[in-house]
Design a protein around this ligand. Structure first.
Ligand code: CR6
Length: 833
């Protein structure tokens, strides 16, 4: 408030207020100004990179003006806000999205063309913001887009990693990780050196008395690291609302940088301390669905949570409301258990700093938080060692003990005869060493817990959280099926399809109200429409084929059936089943006469995805895919009938290129293992079909689009436990076709077979935990059905168009409205003009 301009001067300010550029000429002026002043370049020295920088800075000026207005409006309106806490925001590129959401892309395209550049080349200069691993991080990014588009006052809070997810290179068929330093030039963030929070680690807890003689608890003597805010504007589509994503960066707290050491000549020592602080936000942990339990990761979690809560509490305190109203002003969503310490931190602030009695504080805490679970995989459920927590956050551990004590007392009163219940639901697992079950803490500290697709939400209630349903009742548990933003995943990734749809529906309203896609149905028999539709698909396939040729040298026929599986490499996602199927196809082709081969539908099997650097089995799968490609792609007998491609370094911008080009995409996880999946939705929205298991959101996609439009295969989730049991007791014969595939690998057809020993033994002595053998024959026969259906070009087009018309449900906007109604209780704000 002290920093605000006095009343009598404000009129002068208003007159001088920065304005958004209007029209082509003003846009060009801004671009040239930035190239010449901000970048200190000129027309004699302006390459694509400089043109990108100039364009991005022009757009950023536009965004920040909208951002300022939105933030002022949100402060003024003083309504409840939602804060989405996520360790990952997989934003991808910002420029194209900013132009499309603010609806200036046409102006920019023309303007930049007159200055000598193609907008596509300019867009391609941008480095992806890759602060996430996979679906969870991209979901957070889609949610930010939905929140802004629907005018909700909603902020994201995350970490500003210096290194995002590593860049993947393929060397001799193996994945090699290269660091992703992405901050060389990032016009999309605003450093806020004035928004700094001190965060403490380690130290000790002692009892003290305050001035009134009351006992208080003090946590002190620890090491302090400073969190600096970096703000990223998030523009909504066709609205002036521009929300904020606040990312924290770590640096040594003022005074902590050791000048003593520095002055006494220990320059290295002093730098080391500085680096130790900066290490906290240095790198994203590259694990998807795996928790490694490293101290630095826990430090990241607390650092981010403490800074974010401090910020949220500070904002609340400015309104001078009583604490009891905190949950009426603030909703905090925990994206998985990564931010669970926020529950403990808020309780600590309320009892230790604000001196609110425990019960009152706890009521505020639980009314504030919601927790989203994203997995049932045991290796992904976070458990922190108690000794580590004791060392790093001693006061928080005490509070967790108290939360647990009060909770267990309640459970004991409810189930007085069930002693085992207490062991089962305790936050503390009695292992060596003891560990904290973060998901349990998240449930206990939240008012709502949700899964991310119907099957998944049912499964968590029936399995991992069953006892908690008995304790809290079923109403605490909900489902919000994931969704995707149609702005990025249709309009931006597939502009031609978006334009065709708009031409039929009379405008782009469907991008805000995706269920309007239903109105495509009357055009299903329109010959010209179908022709244009399939032509767009072909042009997207040509675009991808060109990219594949340019980057790998492999030529794929754009008329082949493009069969795509792009996602993180994980045994549960079963890329191994896909590549085994490819080998089976190859063996069949080899055994055919040339007459028989003429009837075959040519196919391009396209893979992409990163393996966690420490995930040896996933890396072996990548190696096998590349080895199979080497053999098959060189085989003159086979020619165009089968091509196998591994696209290096799958990321958001590559997804935008790949997804619109698919005929069929694979979502073939072992039933019950994929919580939702979101790329399945992206593929169908882009006019591709799915081959998939009855898992995650595939089930709801089937319900929406009809089972005649999806190729389902494999065992059901309800049978998985039984099948695994039978494998453990050696009661399952390996599928004969799978046996033949394994034999071929073991013969050395795809290079040194010892490389694949582990992969093959996982199916045999390893008891085939992911049930590849059980689903293999169903997978192969379903792939045959895919070929069959693809032969009928007209029937295929009908399936694709009908499917797209039914995809309204999977908009991220629908999810955001569900969260807002059911969990956050927040309302949209009228945006400012
Ligand atoms: N790995 C699920 O596995 C889901 C996303 C987003 C995942 C995936 O099925 O679509 O979350 N889970 O809800 C975790 O990250 C823990 C994922 O992306």
């Amino acid at each position: 408030v002290e920093a605000s301009i006095p009343q009598q001067l404000r009129e002068a300010w208003r007159k001088l207020a920065a304005c958004e550029f209007q029209g082509k000429e003003q846009f060009q002026r801004e671009v040239v100004r930035h190239v010449e002043t901000t970048l200190a370049r000129s027309m004699y020295n302006c390459d694509d990179a400089a043109a990108y920088a100039g364009t991005a800075l022009a757009l950023r000026d536009k965004l920040v003006i909208g951002w300022n207005k939105t933030q002022q409006n949100q402060t003024l309106q003083d309504q409840k806000r939602v804060y989405y806490l996520s360790l990952e925001f997989l934003m991808g590129r910002a420029l194209d999205n900013a132009m499309l959401n603010t609806q200036v892309k046409d102006v920019a395209r023309d303007g930049i063309a007159e200055l000598g550049f193609r907008i596509e080349d300019v867009i391609n200069q941008e480095h992806d913001a890759a602060l996430g691993n996979g679906g969870l991080g991209r979901l957070a990014a889609c949610f930010l887009d939905g929140l802004a588009t629907l005018n909700y006052p909603g902020w994201g809070y995350g970490l500003r990693y210096r290194y995002g997810i590593f860049k993947q290179e393929i060397v001799d068929g193996y994945q090699v990780e290269v660091p992703d330093y992405w901050l060389d030039f990032n016009p999309w963030e605003f450093p806020r050196p004035d928004v700094a929070v001190d965060v403490m680690f380690y130290g000790y807890v002692k009892k003290d008395t305050d001035s009134d003689g009351k006992t208080i608890i003090v946590w002190e003597g620890g090491e302090i690291v400073q969190a600096i805010a970096y703000d990223v504007p998030v523009p909504g589509f066709d609205t002036s609302t521009t929300n904020n994503l606040r990312l924290w960066s770590s640096k040594p707290a003022s005074g902590e940088f050791d000048f003593q050491k520095f002055n006494s000549g220990d320059y290295e020592g002093s730098i080391r301390d500085q680096q130790r602080a900066e290490t906290i936000s240095a790198v994203l942990y590259p694990n998807d669905n795996i928790s490694a339990g490293k101290e630095l990761r826990l430090k990241q979690q607390y650092f981010w949570v403490a800074a974010s809560l401090h910020d949220i509490v500070r904002r609340f305190k400015k309104t001078h409301r009583p604490w009891s109203q905190f949950p009426d002003q603030v909703a905090i969503q925990l994206n998985d258990t990564h931010p669970t310490l926020a529950i403990v931190e808020l309780q600590r602030i309320l009892i230790d700093v604000e001196h609110i009695p425990w019960d009152q504080a706890w009521e505020i805490v639980t009314a504030t938080f919601g927790y989203t679970n994203h997995t049932v995989l045991p290796e992904a459920l976070e458990k922190w060692s108690v000794p580590l927590m004791q060392h790093l956050l001693p006061r928080h551990l005490q509070i967790i003990y108290d939360i647990n004590l009060f909770f267990l007392q309640k459970v004991e009163r409810m189930f007085p005869k069930d002693r085992e219940m207490l062991t089962r639901v305790s936050i503390i697992e009695e292992s060596q060493p003891q560990v904290l079950r973060m998901a349990y803490l998240a449930i206990i500290g939240s008012h709502k817990v949700n899964g991310v697709a119907e099957l998944h939400s049912d499964l968590i209630k029936a399995t991992i959280f069953k006892d908690f349903v008995a304790i809290y009742g079923p109403d605490k548990f909900a489902n919000v099926t994931n969704g995707i933003t149609p702005r990025r995943w249709l309009h931006q990734a597939n502009p031609k399809l978006s334009d065709l749809i708009a031409s039929k529906l009379g405008g782009y309203e469907f991008l805000k109200e995706l269920s309007q896609l239903e109105r495509l149905r009357p055009f299903i028999d329109d010959k010209e429409f179908r022709r244009e539709w399939m032509e767009i698909k072909l042009s997207n396939k040509i675009r991808l084929a060109k990219y594949i040729r340019d980057t790998t040298g492999i030529s794929v026929n754009p008329h082949a059936l493009f069969d795509i599986q792009v996602k993180r490499i994980h045994e549960y996602k079963r890329q191994q089943m896909n590549i085994f199927g490819v080998i089976d196809r190859y063996l069949n082709l080899k055994a055919m006469t040339s007459e028989e081969r003429k009837k075959v539908v040519p196919r391009a099997s396209i893979f992409g995805g990163k393996a966690a650097p420490g995930y040896w089995m996933a890396k072996t799968i990548i190696r096998l895919i590349n080895a199979v490609g080497e053999v098959v792609n060189k085989d003159k007998d086979i020619g165009d009938l089968l091509k196998v491609v591994f696209i290096e370094d799958y990321n958001v911008s590559k997804a935008e290129l790949i997804i619109p080009a698919s005929d069929i995409s694979e979502h073939i996880s072992t039933a019950g293992t994929e919580a939702s999946g979101t790329s399945n939705m992206k593929f169908v929205l882009n006019g591709g079909l799915i081959i998939g298991t009855c898992d995650g959101a595939n089930i709801e996609i089937t319900r929406e689009i009809g089972d005649e439009n999806i190729f389902l295969l494999g065992n059901l989730a309800e049978d998985v436990e039984d099948l695994r049991h039978r494998h453990r007791y050696g009661q399952v014969e390996m599928d004969p076709k799978l046996r033949a595939v394994c034999d071929e690998i073991e013969k050395g057809t795809f290079g040194d077979p010892s490389v694949y020993e582990g992969l093959i033994s996982s199916l045999t002595t390893g008891c085939d935990y992911y049930l590849v053998s059980d689903d293999f024959s169903s997978y192969l026969t379903t792939q045959d059905l895919v070929d069959e259906a693809y032969r009928d070009k007209d029937g295929w087009a009908t399936k694709c168009i009908n499917s797209v018309a039914s995809m309204g449900f999977f908009s991220a906007d629908r999810c955001i409205n569900e969260y807002a109604d059911m969990i956050w209780n927040v309302e949209p704000l009228v945006p400012v003009k």
